[in-house]
Design a protein around this ligand. Structure first.
Ligand SMILES: Nc1ncnc2c1ncn2[C@@H]1O[C@H](COP(=O)(O)OP(=O)(O)OP(=O)(O)O)[C@@H](O)[C@H]1O
Length: 255
């Protein structure tokens, strides 16, 4: 049986009177790469913020590795889950290695140990950004900053990472680079769940794809294979045609 990393049951959420999530039920499998897709404003970031504990929900349950999220302490959550939000800005010109080190803050506060610094070195190397380690973070390009923030999540050493649009700002070289890295991380018992906008990149790299529509998460049923254009037309309100590339079915909007 596949282990579940995050299980969401009957989750509903409103901003004021406006319903954003209605009766969301979804189980993200452990040790694999899942991608959440859907139109702008469909509630993807809201769901991530709730799963990461940044947003309180009014109804339902969210379990991280079987434990109710709302009953876990902050350090317990930080051990289990790392989160890269959609928007992250640093106004101070800290060096990259120090920005990454702040990912250890939940464990070492203001007194980082030798092993904290070693973890930083490993993560920086793993993402291939050693050449940036001494540069001021604020002087990096958007794509370089994105890689630094992913390293910052990795040093937390969590079991699950949530990444809100990790390929945002990245050129096609770095998109494939990051997606290969994320996929590789799942081979070492890490669960990666990412929000993405490009269905084709998701189909190429993800083990599982989930879609948001009408305030809930929808998955393809027997008559709605998600590679099939009909399902994607329903999700995106765009007409698609499907193309086979090697063994992958990809989609192209119809013009
Ligand atoms: N703080 C807030 N107060 C009120 N409404 C909000 C707030 N944050 C988001 N919303 C609304 O909630 C809805 C869902 O937003 P959310 O950011 O979760 O969507 P999304 O699917 O992540 O969008 P995108 O793909 O554009 O990032 C949107 O209609 C948005 O306007």
């Amino acid at each position: 049986m596949t282990e579940t990393a995050i299980e969401v049951n009957n989750l509903s959420f409103r901003y004021g009177q406006t319903p954003i999530l209605e009766q969301v039920n979804v189980a993200f499998p452990a040790n694999s790469f899942s991608v959440l897709l859907g139109r702008n404003g469909s509630g993807k970031s809201t769901l991530f913020n709730i799963m990461a504990g940044l947003q309180k929900y009014q109804q339902g349950s969210v379990k991280l590795l079987g434990k109710e999220r709302s009953k876990m302490s902050f350090p317990d959550c930080a051990r289990v889950l790392g989160f890269l939000p959609q928007f992250h800005k640093s106004v101070f010109p800290f060096q990259v290695k120090d920005v990454v080190l702040t990912g250890r803050a939940a464990f070492s506060a203001f007194n980082p140990s030798k092993s904290d610094r070693e973890k930083v070195g490993q993560a920086i190397e793993e993402l291939g950004i050693s050449h940036l380690a001494d540069r001021p973070y604020t002087e990096l390009s958007g794509g370089e900053q994105q890689l630094v923030m992913i390293a910052r999540v990795l040093v937390q050493n969590p079991r699950i990472i949530l990444l809100d649009e990790p390929t945002n700002h990245l050129d096609i070289y770095y998109q494939t680079y990051v997606l290969e890295k994320l996929k590789k991380l799942t081979e070492n018992s890490l669960t990666v769940i990412a929000i993405m906008h490009d269905p084709n990149m998701a189909f190429l790299y993800a083990d599982h794809c989930f879609f948001m529509k009408n305030q809930t998460v929808v998955t393809p049923t027997a008559e709605f294979d998600y590679h099939a254009s009909t399902f994607l037309e329903y999700v995106y309100d765009v007409r698609f045609t499907t193309v086979m590339v090697n063994d992958k079915l990809l989609v192209v909007p119809v013009r």
